[in-house]
Every structure is written in structure tokens, then in C-alpha cells.
Design a protein around this ligand. Structure first.
Ligand code: KIV
Ligand code: ZN
Length: 496
């Protein structure tokens, strides 16, 4: 492995699975491991074999079936843990035993209840034993960032003396900042790795202060050549470094990091989705790289720039991570975005229809956020009301028990007229008010409301068929407000 190779160590199946509420079965773990193999992560930490029979089975199943990555199992500095880890992973083409112990005063005193000397002895004996079984041994000093610096260096040196080839410096509680983690890692690099080409310095950062990715990346500049992370950043408490964010940061900012990685970035989205589906942990919409909105552009200014040149608002291509770029039509969208959406649907509108459709879109988006394709189709199918002689200004309705009333204000050829009526339900009351204003005896022959999208904020398409005494006329309208849309549809028919 060249010294400019960054090893991606994915611990979704071990630390990630330690998130509250996640319990994957061995076969679910295998599915994720096979996807991680497609993503070409270098090391898959498949679990903590000694922690439960189910975890042992999961680690072993993965070791038997996944051949493209090194398979690791975690183990405490306890002989039985190390033996169980080895038993579970030894069938893999490449295996690693990952031994850890706590090294900070607070952990040694309250968790391990051991002195520094005892912890040093445990580390020495355990790494030595693991090395007898497996050539690839990683040693982690849990809570390294709150550990006395001299003791940390001492214990890491012991691990190297006994044959550990990867030395991990975890920020277990997510306490470090980029500057102090950088300093710490520089010290470990100089004092523990030195010129020893075989030793890899590793990071393992938790996200309690939201700094896990930043801390991990800064360590590359201090010479770290392994980063541990979990897909979607899952893990204990606020989670781990997001594997996918590291991969894309390193790929996108080669000018800063200049290290090679093996990852197949186009598998990122699929991996994220699978992990989310099997763990039940949703991915936040605006999550970097894998969020549903990570490549969506909503505001008019952004859409305008993006449509002229993608680089105006895109630092990596969506297809490079398996995503698709999206122009989202919403209340902030401009004409350029609307036109682009129409072009994609091969819809050409004359100027008047374009303007009135754009106005309807803005009105609907103001109430319900994102406009989806079916709504867009309904909006452009709606007949322009710009030059109509009668336009709706407002409608308000009231309904109590069996009694309904409506007050409607219309603009009738430039003159504002208001009328209140009662009726058999709110729609009937509103239609009666309209007919009173227009002095019309038109009869409603058919009335149909279709919801275009799901949910209580759904957009409705309302179709009315009206007999004006001579002909049948059809009216259409699209709205999130059924009463308003119904009156608009009724007027659309009458205006014909
Ligand atoms: O956060 C941590 O310190 C760990 C170790 C076991 C590596 O998960
Ligand atoms: Zn951890």
C-alpha cells in the first residue's frame, strides 16, 4: 500500500450498529457488508464477535462471504475476546483483529478500575496474543483525546513493539477540535510511527460537537492514513464520522489532501439507502452527499445559475455518488426553473399560458412547498384566467352542523361584487353566491375532485361540468384549497 493511500475503515456494522435501537440480523449484516464491498471500502469492521452469539454469527457469515475487503472484529484486551474474534474472521481472505482498551484517567479509574501499569500490561499481552493468531492487528486507545499525552504515546509504542500495524487514536467522546486533534496526531506520528513505513496511524472520531468529519480530515495532513467511519454517520450518541463524506471530501479536494482512495463513489447512494432501510434510521434531507436534497436547487437565483452552468452551484456531480440532480419547483423558484421543468416534459406554452401557469404554481407553492410533476401537469393543463371577464377575488365559508354559508367576492369586468349565500354544504353555498352575483341560472351537472398528491396538504384538481341553458361547459382548476379551487373551476366553466 503506497504511503499516499488512505485506508477507508468502515465500522457501520460495529460502532454504527451500537446506535440505540439498531439490531441487525446476521443476514442483514451480510447484505450491508456486500454493499460495502461494492463501495470498495478497504476494511469492514463486521462486529464485536465476543459481544453476543448473534454478533459472532454475523462476523463469521461476512468473513465467509465477503472477499474484496479486509474483515475485522473488535476485541477487548481479554484473551477470550481475541480468540472469539479470530475464530469468527479467520476464514476471510484478509482478516484483522482490532484490540482496544481505555487509556484516559476517567475511563481507567471508573470503567476499567485499573492502574496505568495494569492497562499497559493488558495492552502488551493482548496485542502480542492477537499477533500470534493474525498478522494484521489494530490497537485502539479508547478516549485517546482525553488521555494524558505521555501515557498515550507510551501505550501506543508498546502496541507497536508487540506487532500492531495500525495505531488508532479515537476521539471517543467527540471532544476534540480540528486544531487539537491535528496537534495530537502530529505527536503520535513523530513519536510512535517515526520512519516506520509499516505503521498506519488511524482516526476514529465521534460527532458529539459535529466535528467528526473535520477532525478526521485534518488528521490526514498530520500523516494519518486510515479513517474510520460509518455510513450515514450512524453510531454511539451523535454518531461517527460519515464514511461517505470522507470519501467525497478526499475525492473533491484532492488539492488539499492529495491521497488516493479505492472507493467506488457511484455506490454511495445505494449503500446509504440500504443502511437506512435495514437500520430504520432515516437520512436527514439535507445530509451532505446522501441527503435527498444534497443535489436539489430550489431558489430562482440558484436555478438560473445552475441551468446556465452546473458548476455555479455544484462542487461534485450527483451521478458521481449515484444521485440525480433535481430542480425543485417551490415558492422560491423562478421562471428559468419553471421553463426547464416544462422543457423536460416537452411542454411548450404560449406567453399568456406560461405566465398564468407560473402564477398558479407560485400560489400553490406558497402553501405547500415542493411541487411535483403531477401537480405541474395539472397546473399547465389549467386554462388561463388572465383575460377572463369574471375572476375570483376571495371566498370564505362557514359550516356548522347541517348549516353552511359562503361569502364570495368577484371581479366582474373590472367591478368588485360580493354576495353571501347559504347552501347544502360549503361548495353549494359558494356556487349559489357566484350565481347570485352573475345573475346566472347555470346548473352544475358534474363535479369531481381529484387529489394529485398524497397527504392533507395535497393539491387537488377540480373539474366541473356546467349547463348554462344552451351548452355543457367544462371548467378546471388546481389548488390546495378545495373550496377556492371549486369556485375557480366553476368560474372557468362559466367564463367560457
Ligand atoms: O469510540 C471508540 O473509542 C471506539 C473504539 C472501540 C475504537 O469505538
Ligand atoms: Zn467509537
Amino acid at each position: 500500500m503506497s504511503s499516499d493511500q488512505l485506508i477507508i475503515f468502515d465500522t457501520t456494522l460495529r460502532d454504527g450498529e451500537q446506535s440505540p435501537g439498531i439490531a441487525l440480523t446476521p443476514s442483514e449484516k451480510l447484505l450491508i457488508a456486500q454493499q460495502l464491498e461494492k463501495l470498495k471500502v478497504d476494511v469492514i469492521e463486521a462486529g464485536f464477535a465476543a459481544s453476543s452469539p448473534g454478533d459472532w454469527d454475523g462476523v463469521n457469515l461476512i468473513a465467509n462471504n465477503v472477499k474484496g475487503s479486509t474483515i475485522a472484529s473488535l476485541a477487548r484486551c481479554v484473551a477470550d475476546d481475541i480468540e472469539q474474534a479470530w475464530e469468527a474472521i479467520k476464514v476471510a481472505d484478509r482478516s484483522r483483529i482490532h484490540v482496544f482498551t481505555s487509556t484516559s484517567d476517567i475511563h481507567m479509574e471508573h470503567m476499567l478500575r485499573k492502574t496505568k501499569e495494569e492497562v499497559l500490561k493488558d495492552a502488551r499481552e493482548s496485542v502480542k496474543y492477537a499477533k500470534k493468531l493474525c498478522d494484521d492487528v489494530e490497537f485502539s486507545a479508547q478516549d485517546a483525546t482525553r488521555t494524558d499525552k505521555d501515557f498515550l504515546i507510551e501505550i501506543l509504542k508498546v502496541a507497536v513493539e508487540e506487532g500492531a500495524t495500525t495505531i488508532n487514536v479515537p476521539d471517543t467522546v467527540g471532544y476534540a477540535t480540528p486544531s487539537d486533534y491535528l496537534e495530537l496526531l502530529k505527536g503520535v506520528y513523530d513519536d510512535v510511527k517515526g520512519k516506520n513505513e509499516d505503521i498506519i496511524i488511524s482516526t476514529h472520531c465521534h460527532n458529539d460537537l459535529g466535528l467528526a468529519v473535520a477532525n478526521s480530515l485534518t488528521a490526514i495532513t498530520a500523516g494519518a492514513r486510515q479513517i474510520e467511519g460509518a455510513i450515514n454517520g450512524i453510531g454511539e450518541r451523535a454518531g461517527n464520522t460519515s464514511t461517505e463524506e470522507i470519501i467525497m471530501a478526499v475525492k473533491t479536494r484532492q488539492d488539499q489532501y492529495g491521497v488516493d482512495i479505492n472507493a467506488e463513489t457511484t455506490e454511495i447512494l445505494e449503500t446509504s439507502r440500504l443502511v437506512s432501510k435495514l437500520t430504520g434510521y432515516p437520512v436527514q434531507y439535507n445530509k451532505a452527499v446522501v441527503g435527498k436534497n444534497a443535489f436539489s436547487h430550489e431558489s430562482g437565483i440558484h436555478q438560473h445559475g445552475y441551468l446556465r452552468n452546473k458548476l455555479t452551484y455544484e462542487i461534485m456531480t450527483p451521478d458521481s455518488v449515484g444521485q440525480e440532480a433535481k430542480i425543485v419547483l417551490g415558492k422560491h423558484s423562478g421562471r428559468a426553473g419553471f421553463k426547464d421543468a416544462l422543457d423536460k416534459l416537452n411542454i411548450e406554452l404560449d406567453e399568456e399560458s406560461f405566465n398564468s401557469s407560473f402564477e398558479t404554481l407560485k400560489k400553490i407553492a406558497d402553501r405547500k412547498g415542493e411541487i411535483v410533476e403531477s401537480e405541474l401537469l395539472a397546473i399547465v393543463g389549467q386554462v388561463s384566467t388572465d383575460s377572463a371577464p369574471v375572476k375570483l377575488i376571495s371566498v370564505s365559508v362557514n359550516s356548522k352542523d347541517a348549516y353552511a354559508s359562503a361569502t364570495v367576492t368577484l371581479n366582474v369586468e373590472g367591478e368588485e361584487k360580493t354576495e353571501s349565500s347559504e347552501g347544502d354544504g360549503m361548495i353549494d353555498a359558494a356556487f349559489t353566491a357566484v350565481k347570485t352575483i352573475l345573475n346566472s341560472d347555470a346548473r352544475l351537472i358534474d363535479y369531481k375532485v381529484d387529489s394529485i398528491t398524497k397527504g392533507s396538504d395535497s393539491t387537488a384538481e377540480i373539474v366541473t361540468i356546467v349547463n348554462d341553458g344552451h351548452n355543457l361547459k367544462q371548467g378546471r382548476a388546481v389548488s390546495t384549497d378545495v373550496v377556492q379551487g371549486s369556485v375557480e373551476s366553476f368560474l372557468n366553466a362559466l367564463n367560457k
